[in-house]
Design a protein around this ligand. Structure first.
Ligand code: URA
Length: 276
């Protein structure tokens, strides 16, 4: 005889699984459940970047305070916090104290930046994925492994460059960050670019290219050209050229040839900068 209560439990479970999949909860990311709404304490040693000697000079941000929120308050708070950070370590601490981006409620870790502080090239991706969220480091998953190969093709190692993202927390289910999420994180991204002050800025993929370069066209039209990236605090316009995102290249290997020619563009620019 069919047990009606078991049948209805199964229906409920199936509906629950489907709902979780729909909202992007499609994997177990930790062995024990976490209370993601609990107030987060900063980790004991929150700064993965190796500070360079010049990184010690302007440590003005002792303990940034997050402002109360209203509709445009997160953006205002982001602008104020980012502006006061005069080193990358301080910028990271500002982000740790920032509460204005809802992505942080579902993410496991803040994913700030990785690489060499005096880097000549800064890559900005879209958003951390599952592995990045687990480790708190950008581009350590499949896209990161391809990015390493792309760098190697132009004689660069991971340690030669700096890498970060348009948003600093993983969007649920790896969805593209919304325009609002990107806008809220943008003051921190801009400050990161100002502090790194690279010779070349490389947005990875359409969302990063559009947000950073203020363009509306897709990456297929934006790639292969140079743009100037500027803020009120950049000492000079930074040459910027967007390239295909490694995740797209993993799905569309036919485009690797085009990506290779875009990487040559970057190599040539670096070479000509070395000779001036
Ligand atoms: N894709 C991104 O855009 N960023 C990462 O850090 C990883 C994957």
């Amino acid at each position: 005889m069919v047990n009606q209560s078991n049948v209805s439990k199964k229906i409920q479970m199936r509906a629950s699984i489907e709902w979780h999949q729909l909202v992007g909860v499609n994997e177990a990311i930790a062995p024990t459940p976490q209370n993601r709404l609990a107030v987060k304490q900063p980790p004991a040693d929150p700064i993965p970047l190796q500070p360079s000697p010049s990184d010690h000079t302007h440590e003005v941000l002792a303990s940034p305070k997050t402002l109360p929120r209203s509709s445009d308050q997160p953006k205002k708070s982001a602008i104020e916090l980012a502006a006061t950070a005069n080193t990358l370590s301080a910028l990271r601490r500002s982000l740790e104290s920032f509460e204005g981006c809802t992505l942080m409620k579902t993410a496991t870790n803040l994913v700030f930046a990785d690489g060499q502080i005096g880097s000549k090239i800064l890559f900005i991706g879209e958003a951390p994925g599952a592995e990045e969220d687990r480790e708190g480091v950008p581009f350590v998953g499949p896209s990161g492994r391809l990015l390493d190969k792309m760098l190697a093709s132009i004689e660069l190692r991971r340690s030669d460059v700096m890498i970060s993202n348009l948003v600093f927390w993983r969007p649920p289910g790896n969805r593209t960050p919304t325009q609002q999420e990107a806008a809220i994180c943008m003051p921190f991204v801009e400050r990161l670019i100002e502090l790194v002050s690279p010779q070349i800025l490389v947005p990875l993929g359409g969302p990063a290219a559009k947000s950073l370069l203020g363009q509306t066209q897709g990456i297929g039209r934006l790639r292969g050209k140079w743009y100037n990236f500027e803020t009120s605090r950049t000492p000079y316009p930074i040459p910027s050229t967007p390239i295909f995102h490694p995740a797209y290249l993993l799905r569309t290997p036919m485009q690797k040839r085009t990506a290779w020619s875009d990487l040559r563009l970057i190599r040539n620019k670096l070479n000509s900068a070395q000779h001036t």
